[in-house]
Design a protein. Sequence first.
Length: 141
Amino acid sequence: MATRNDFCNCFAARQAARALTRSYERHLAPAGLTSSQFSILVAVEDRPGIGMRELADEMVMDRTSLVRALKPLQRDGFIAVAASAEDTRQNVYVLTPAGLAKSAQAGELWAQAQAEFVSKFGGESAAEAAREAFHRMGQMG
């Protein structure tokens, strides 16, 4: 007998997100990073000098949650914070040399997680369609 959760988009998305997060975190564990921490490192590496608001938007996180997520990355010396050159009241973020090294190490593990996802999901075209759907869901805001 079907239940409401069988038809609930939110339930299905959260269930899939938990399973996907578990898989990526299993792969990233040797680097000592969570999937969220790795995503933040990549976002900062791809956009050095990114501001808090832009980073929060990219991560689809509120600023309070992002500050909590940034603290261990700053404490461990992977991300540095500085005042923006355009507006000294605003902070910007960059990867440190240790952060670049950690991102490279974790990037190899992430590639393994990506390959596993593609394989289990039915090939590259199916995985690409899923990514596009995930991005659309992230923009629903």
